[in-house]
Design a protein around this ligand. Structure first.
Ligand code: ZN
Length: 281
């Protein structure tokens, strides 16, 4: 992928103050509340406006210990987000509203509640932001065997796809749906994969880099396909438990994720991303 670092205006950097309400009470207070909550059976964290007891991460507001490699990832996420938002502005016109990526470490308080890095990157419709711990890219590369900048861009643009769904009212239609291979939840996730492919289609046009955008290079598409295949429900379940449980699917199989990403990438047309089957069924 060819791209140039920008002004980071698509990033909200909360790496130095992650941990939400826990930071303000300190580690000692955190442990006391944890013990009291356990002893009394009451979640005392809720009194502090923290939805649940998180890990013992204590925010060091402002200070971010980082490396040149990590800073390069921040620039990458900013460049991809800027480019993807421009693409969606062109596709949706006035219906598109800008989002930003909120970077955090370990844990964070979002409008969707308290979240830990282990949950993976997510989009919160409540504050219309994408949440990302850059450590996930290490997981993607080492644990899931999907390295590369376009694999990382796929993760970011999948979440921006959820933002598009929220703007178009698709998310709302699906709320409260159960898991399972034929569930609306799976359709929503596969559509976000397809939307990531829509951006991939735009980024594969030549001349983008010289115009200040992100441009794909040969071999990039394979990186994203490898990532999509690595995080399919069937593969993750088999790795974790040794068997596949379709009634617990939330994101779709590896084959489905690859197929829908490809479909977006080849067509460049959001109408091709009708994973709910409203026009085919
Ligand atoms: Zn998703």
């Amino acid at each position: 992928m060819r791209w140039t670092p920008g002004d980071r205006s698509n990033i909200e950097d909360a790496r130095g103050r992650s941990g939400g309400g826990i930071a303000s009470i300190g580690i000692g207070g955190f442990l006391i509340l944890l013990v009291l909550s356990w002893a009394t059976g009451t979640n005392l964290f809720s009194l502090l406006g923290t939805d649940s007891a998180g890990p013992s991460s204590v925010g060091t507001s402002g200070e971010v210990r980082t490396t040149p490699e990590e800073e390069r990832l921040v620039d990458l996420v900013d460049a991809v987000t800027r480019d993807a938002q421009k693409t969606w502005e062109e596709l949706l016109g006035g219906r598109y509203q800008r989002t930003s990526v909120k970077l955090f470490r370990d844990a964070i308080q979002s409008a969707c509640g308290f979240a830990q890095s282990a949950t993976g990157p997510f989009y919160c419709p409540g504050d219309q932001k994408v949440y990302l711990d850059l450590g996930f890219f290490r997981e993607l590369s080492q644990r899931f065997g999907a390295p590369g900048d376009f694999a990382q861009a796929y993760v970011v643009t999948h979440e921006i796809g959820h933002h598009v769904q929220n703007l178009l009212g698709t998310t709302e239609r699906v709320q409260g749906s159960r898991s399972g291979a034929n569930s609306a939840s799976v359709a929503l996730e596969l559509q976000a994969d397809c939307y990531a492919g829509i951006w991939g289609h735009a980024a594969s046009q030549q001349g983008r880099f010289n115009a200040g955008g992100v441009e794909l290079e040969p071999g990039d598409a394979e990186e994203a396909l490898r990532a999509a295949a690595a995080i399919g429900d069937d593969r993750l379940q088999r790795e974790a438990t040794g068997r596949v449980m379709p009634d617990r699917f939330t994101h779709g199989t590896s084959a489905q994720r690859v197929a829908w990403f490809k479909r977006g990438m080849e067509s460049g047309d959001p109408r091709a991303c009708d994973t709910f089957g409203t026009t085919t069924r």
